[in-house]
Design a protein around this ligand. Structure first.
Ligand code: NAP
Length: 292
């Protein structure tokens, strides 16, 4: 039997509906939750992500404010933009759109974000807490949180499962691996120097692919019945499509679907969850600010 599709779009829609209702209730009491976005430079992909986040905020009734700085901005100017959002009581969450230009020290800029407003879970302190026993981050990063939510949707136990995460980036692979370990999976992190990646993946009950290589993970690497979460987003030339390209994941979907128990699609899997988790964290930040 082919794998069940974990439909990220419908899960995201359901959660965004819940967020919208919660935001309406909060607006009446204390005003809308606010997200502050810092974008440095004119990278078209980053500008598109910022637009998508603004639209998602509007749809759910959140306020969003963007500080768009030129690519030649100094370290101090970037950090000042973050500090201004820290000091603004109508802004509950702050997102620094990555990557920053090469001359800007990313860690120093992210360190500037107030922990209470780190809705992207990207502050080095929050990533550290994610990996430590007995510590909890103020927020967990959006894409990895979306991955965990999609795994939860299957209803299968994470505790005791063997999980293989392919990729160890700061924004996806590493935090996903730490979150799976916190949820008591036995986690293997694979990367470009891993020997026998297919053999390692074959032992996994849960596979998270966050590589950035089109259809790299083949169906015959997958353990029968495994949960496969495909984070990858890669464009491939496609003369049959209007745009001339199409998006595919890091997993060869059809061959993996024939063997896995559950699988996400690209597009329509992890992508819609990322923005949803960011909105959810911003709502949580606004609620916490009321309790403080
Ligand atoms: P990244 O920073 O480029 O990291 C890629 C990771 O994959 C690295 O750890 C790298 O290993 C590993 N890798 C590369 N080639 C490999 C190979 N042949 N075998 C095994 N591992 C290999 O990428 P990222 O930012 O984590 O993003 C990964 C993918 O997810 C991209 O397609 C990106 O577009 C997508 N993404 C999607 C969303 C979403 O919301 N849907 C959000 C974020 C990212 P090394 O560490 O050894 O170099």
């Amino acid at each position: 039997m082919p794998a069940k599709i974990i439909d990220g779009r419908s899960v995201a829609q359901r959660i965004q509906g819940e967020i919208k209702r919660a935001v309406e209730a909060l607006r009446a009491k204390s005003g809308a939750p606010g997200l502050g976005v810092v974008l440095v430079g004119d990278d078209p992909a980053s500008a598109m992500y910022v637009r998508m986040k603004r639209r998602a905020c509007e749809r759910s009734g959140l306020r969003s404010e963007a500080r768009i700085l030129p690519s030649a901005s100094t370290q101090a100017e970037v950090e000042d933009a973050v500090s201004a959002f820290n000091a603004d009581p109508s802004i509950h969450g702050i997102l620094v759109q990555l990557p920053l230009p090469d001359h800007v020290d990313e860690e120093a800029a992210l360190n500037e974000i107030s922990l209470a407003k780190d809705v992207d879970g990207i502050h080095p302190m929050n990533l550290g807490r994610l990996g430590m026993r007995g510590r909890e981050p103020t927020f967990t990063p959006a894409t990895p949180t979306g991955v965990m939510q999609l795994i939860a949707e299957t209803g299968e136990a994470i505790e005791g499962a063997r999980a293989v995460v392919i990729g160890r980036s700061n924004i996806v692979g590493l935090p996903v691996a730490l979150m799976l370990a916190k949820a008591n999976a036995t986690v293997t992190i694979c990367h470009s120097r891993t020997r026998d990646l297919p053999g390692t993946v074959r032992g996994a009950d849960i596979v998270v692919a966050a590589i950035g290589r089109a259809e790299y993970v083949k169906g015959d690497w997958i353990k029968p019945g495994a949960i496969v979460i495909d984070v990858g987003s890669n464009s491939l030339p496609d003369p049959d499509s209007e745009k001339g390209y199409r998006y595919v994941g890091d997993v060869e979907f059809e061959s993996a679907r024939a063997i896995a128990g559950y699988i996400t699609k690209v597009p329509g899997g992890v992508g819609p969850m990322t923005i949803t988790m960011l909105l959810s964290n911003t709502l949580r930040a606004a609620r916490r600010s009321l309790e403080a």
